[in-house]
Design a protein around this ligand. Structure first.
Ligand SMILES: [Zn+2]
Length: 236
């Protein structure tokens, strides 16, 4: 059984109002009068009748109750064909649009989250790549406190470099090792070229001179290292 209502155009002519009432008269889900009957009754053509009704009145059909807002859902048609094709609905247009928007927002939020994670990773990778390689290699040798057999190493562990380190063949390196309070050793390898200015090249080839220089250098570094050692940080 259809629940319906006719919507008349404001200021509709009485004759057209009667035509529309006949056109939209529904009983037991069926149109009471055929188009031919109505056209004959009012002395108009089939085409003219359809035009008169479409311009002057529409019919709204009850198609369900919205499961979200509980409002009745009505849909409107301007002719019998579209009236018959109106389907039952479980959500009103407004609620459906809100649900759709909510869903789109969730998708957007999820995508934004993914993009942010990607960007963060990209930045981190970029940041690592942007650090120029170092010429100095430094890491710590942790004392092996669980040593039970003579063949086990005195020092063992792992280390991860924060940036690439370039060690080249043919370059003279100065190395130093610092024993820390827990028995571990901090090691550093640095090109001699970087420690002594180029103009001193001739002088530092002298073993005696370089020996004194290195002693002084490592005494200075040792002081820095002791400071860092308090914070469990690698040297320098
Ligand atoms: Zn609703």
């Amino acid at each position: 059984m259809y629940k319906f209502r006719i919507n008349f155009k404001e200021g509709i002519e009485e004759n057209y109002r009667l035509i529309a009432i006949d056109y939209w008269k529904i009983e037991e889900s069926r149109f009471v009068h055929t188009i031919v009957e109505i056209a004959q009754k009012y002395g108009v053509s089939h085409m003219a009748l359809t035009g008169i009704v479409q311009r002057n009145a529409t019919c709204s059909k009850f198609v369900g109750v919205c499961s979200i807002c509980q409002e009745e859902i009505w849909q409107t048609a301007s002719n019998r064909t579209s009236f018959n094709s109106l389907k039952k609905k479980s959500q009103c247009e407004e609620c459906r649009e809100l649900e759709r928007q909510k869903w789109l927002d969730q998708v957007e939020a999820r995508n934004r989250g993914l993009r942010q994670r990607e960007t963060k990773q990209q930045l981190q990778q970029k940041g690592l790549n942007q650090i120029p390689p170092s010429t100095t290699l430094k890491f710590s040798l942790a004392r092996n406190t669980n040593k039970t057999k003579p063949k086990q190493p005195e020092y063992s562990g792992t280390f991860v470099l924060k940036q690439d380190v370039v060690i080249k063949a043919g370059v003279k390196y100065l190395y130093g090792g610092w024993e820390l309070t827990d028995g571990s050793i901090n090691l550093q390898f640095k090109p001699v070229e970087e420690i002594f200015p180029t103009q001193q090249r001739d002088i530092r080839e002298e073993p005696g001179f370089i020996g004194r220089q290195v002693e002084q250098l490592y005494n200075d570094l040792m002081t820095i290292n002791e400071e860092r050692d308090k914070n469990d940080e690698p040297p320098f």
